[in-house]
Structure formats: C-alpha cells, structure tokens
Design a protein around this ligand. Structure first.
Ligand code: DC
Length: 223
C-alpha cells in the first residue's frame, strides 16, 4: 500500500510523512533526500551538477539505501547532512537530469514493491504513484514556507534570501522536472499555511481513515 505525499518545500510534507509512517508502521521514503544525497556525493567528488555526463556516470556507482528513516550513501548515514544552503543551491539542477530521476524512481519502486510506504516528494502523486491508494498534495503560501525554513534555523540565509531561493527552485522544478508540483485529478489538496503540523497530521489521518482504515501502531485494529 502506498501513501503518496506531494508538494513544495516547506509545505510540511516531510514532518507529516514521518508521523504517518510511524502511526501506520509503514516505511518512510523521502525522495527529495535521495536527490540531496546524490548532490552531496557530487559536491564531495567535485563533480559540477551542470556536468550531466559526469553526474550520470557518477551516480551509477553510488549506493543509496534506506534503513528505517535514515538514508545511507555508500554505507554512511547522511540523513542529517542534506539540508545545507550549498545542497539547496545545486539539487534542482541535478534533479533535472533524466537518468538520475530514473535511478531514484527505480530505487523507490523496488522498496514499495516489498513493503507499505509513505513516500514524499514533488512528483510522487503524478509520475511515481498515480494509482496510489492515498494521494495528498500539501500546499502553503511562499511566505509561510519561507518562514518555516527560516525558523528551522538550519540555513545561514536571511528570510528574504530563503524566500527567493525557494521560489527559484519551485519555478525551475516546475519547468524542468517531469510531473513536478502538478496537481492532478483525484489528489486531495490541503493548504497548510495556517495549520500546525498536528492539525495537518490529524486532517490526513481523518481522510485516510474515512477512505478505508489502515490499522497501524496507533490504529484501533489488529493488523
Ligand atoms: O523536497 P526537497 O526540497 O527536499 O527536494 C529537493 C529537491 O529535489 C527539489 O529542488 C526538487 C528535487 N526533487 C525532485 O525533483 N523530485 C522529487 N520527487 C523530490 C525532490
């Protein structure tokens, strides 16, 4: 079973996806982090992300694995190294390389074949899992999204710089990445601008249970 969560940076999708995975005892996959891990690997090897040939050749050799909520790059847990300003600046370009997308999509499909997943990222309800049992698109105003990133305190940029960088990435991805940030029929849309994470989570759990209950750790059933 697949719960697919789409939406732009700062819409709350990562936090809520993790909470849903925990509640239903599903595997959590953050596809954005996979693009970020490949970007980190290219930066470390000094391969410019604009060198698409070099990037393609390099990512073929790199191993990515999910273990629990942690992402391993060639055996190293890199989960906490992926949200830097430097990776933010380069990841959109790397993620526009078709072969990189294919590699990541194949990895995600392989995981989802063997286990129930909550999978998040900006083409999950369109390209990867258009037939998923549960599909959500979390949206929020640019201002709300920039403020959330700013308040996370991870970036060294000002609020205005973060706002510009998110807007730039969204616009690049919309033009260059297949299926990215598109809202398709049948997807449940939620504007999270004025909601707390708990409210977003509660709304999604309600919608999932209305559609057809899943019995996980926090559920009331026996599965
Ligand atoms: O969701 P995020 O901000 O961590 O994503 C980082 C970048 O990765 C974003 O610029 C677009 C790209 N991405 C993508 O192209 N497809 C996905 N499924 C997830 C992320």
């Amino acid at each position: 079973m697949v719960i697919a969560i789409d939406g732009p940076a700062g819409s709350g999708k990562s936090t809520v996806s993790k909470m849903l995975a925990e509640k239903f005892n599903f595997t959590y996959i953050n596809s954005g982090n996979m693009y970020r891990a490949f970007t980190l690997s290219c930066i470390r090897k000094q391969i410019p992300v604009t060198d698409s040939e070099g990037v393609r050749a390099h990512v073929k050799m790199v191993r990515l694995d999910y273990q629990g909520n942690a992402l391993y790059l060639d055996g190293e847990n890199v989960t906490d190294l992926l949200h830097t300003d430097e990776i933010d600046r380069h990841v959109s370009i790397l993620s526009s390389i078709v072969q990189v997308r294919q590699r990541i999509n194949d990895l995600i499909r392989a995981i989802a074949q063997n286990t129930n997943v909550v999978v998040e990222g900006r083409d999950m309800t369109t390209v990867l899992f258009p037939d998923a049992e549960y599909r959500f698109y979390l949206d929020a105003s640019l201002e709300a999204r920039a403020l959330r990133r700013f308040e996370q305190g991870i970036s060294n940029e000002s609020l205005e710089e973060i706002r510009r960088s998110i807007a730039g990435r969204d616009s690049f991805d919309q033009k260059n990445v297949e299926g990215s940030l598109k809202i398709v029929p049948g997807v449940c849309i939620l504007d999270t601008s004025l909601l707390t994470i708990q409210e977003v989570y509660d709304t999604l759990v309600d919608k999932i249970q209305q559609k057809g209950p899943i019995y996980g750790r926090g559920g009331s059933g026996n599965g």
